[in-house]
Design a protein around this ligand. Structure first.
Ligand code: HMG
Ligand code: MG
Length: 299
């Protein structure tokens, strides 16, 4: 059966804006997060404390994060790759962080300048210290289904990285289809293997990019396997600067349209969300790729 309620983990301000050619002004980012919260999204991934040269689009994290302090009850996770990133996040009072591993060697090298093992060794002290500081720690795994350099990714390889993230203290995993190549059967196979490996389905989120138009089908397959946390990006913004052929995430509007139709609660007001994406599209100077935004915004 399907869940009664789904928690949407909104990644637009982070995954969406990290990939924009132009740098979005900090004030616009802050307003974006406030508008998303106003539309009922209670988890909004705000930014990344990564090396500013690696992701210049998010180099203003120190300026942005304090501008979000007036949002009680809204979870504002941030990405941290290493101790330096966690120091920066803790200094600003962040309560929730995410480390981001790769299932493949090629992407670990491209995105983190390290092997898979070395990147997990970099994350371990971060996760331990974050848990000791009372923070929630999410563990992303990228390239869970396919990799632009290595092709199809074996399920066992993904399960192994997931196990290691859980062992270091991650309370939630997010399975990333970074380049959008997954199909529903593959999603079911991975979730089945993770359950068999003892990873509880309640601790797993799915993170689909929509490159091949499969994100919503894959999401439905995940819900049928008991998943209740879904990552999405308002307006379908997104991609990864270190993975060629990565396009936008599953659009939050497309997700909410499907969940509303299924009678699954999200707490999100679709009209206010669409207004937000139309406003953001104006800021970015191009229309949203979301079909639902286009259908309902008369633009
Ligand atoms: P590196 O060059 O190996 O860094 O990069 P290093 O550890 O050798 O340090 C070099 C210098 O960088 C040092 O300065 C550090 O202090 C500094 P120096 O001593 O030479 O003056 N430094 C930092 N400065 C500020 N903040 C930091 C930081 N860390 C080091 N946190 C590193 C390694 C991990 C830092 C780099 O590769 C990096 O920043 N990568 C981030 C890439 C990224 O953000 N990618 C996008 C997010 S992942 C994604 O989008 C996928 C996802 O959506 C899921 C999916 O779709 O699959 C999550
Ligand atoms: Mg992503």
């Amino acid at each position: 059966g399907l869940p009664e309620r789904v928690r949407i983990h909104e990644v637009g301000p982070r995954d969406g804006l990290q990939n924009e050619a132009s740098v979005v002004p900090t004030e616009v980012k802050a307003e974006f997060v406030h508008r998303l919260a106003g539309a009922g999204l209670d988890t909004v991934e705000a930014t990344s404390f990564v090396h500013p040269r690696w992701v210049p689009q998010l180099a203003d994290a120190e300026k942005l994060y304090p501008m979000l302090s007036g949002l009680p009850g809204v979870r504002l996770p941030v990405l941290v790759p290493n101790d330096r990133g966690l120091d920066r996040a803790l200094a600003l009072g962040a309560r929730e962080v995410a480390v981001f591993a790769s299932a493949t060697e090629s992407f670990a090298r491209a995105n983190l300048n390290r092997t898979v093992d070395a990147s997990l060794a970099m994350f371990e002290p971060v996760a331990i210290r974050a848990v000791e500081s009372g923070l929630r720690v999410r563990g992303y795994v990228s390239m869970c289904f396919g990799d632009p350099w290595e092709g199809a990714v074996p399920v066992g390889q993904v399960v192994e990285v997931c196990r290691r993230l859980v062992a270091m203290g991650c309370d939630e995993l997010s399975l990333g289809d970074t380049i959008g190549v997954a199909t529903p059967g593959h999603v079911g196979a991975l979730l089945g293997a993770l359950t068999e490996a003892g990873v509880p389905v309640s601790s797993i989120a799915v993170h689909f990019h929509d490159t091949y138009g499969q994100a919503l089908s894959n999401t439905l397959a995940a819900l049928q396997h008991g998943i209740t946390t879904v990552d999405a990006s308002a307006g379908g913004l997104g991609g990864c600067p270190y993975a060629k052929s990565a396009t936008g995430n599953l659009a939050t509007e497309d997700l909410v349209w499907m969940l509303d139709g299924l009678g699954i609660q999200t707490g999100v007001d679709l009209g206010r969300l669409i207004d937000t994406s139309v406003w953001m599209a104006d800021q970015l100077g191009r229309p949203s790729p979301s079909r639902t935004v286009r259908a309902l915004s008369h633009k």
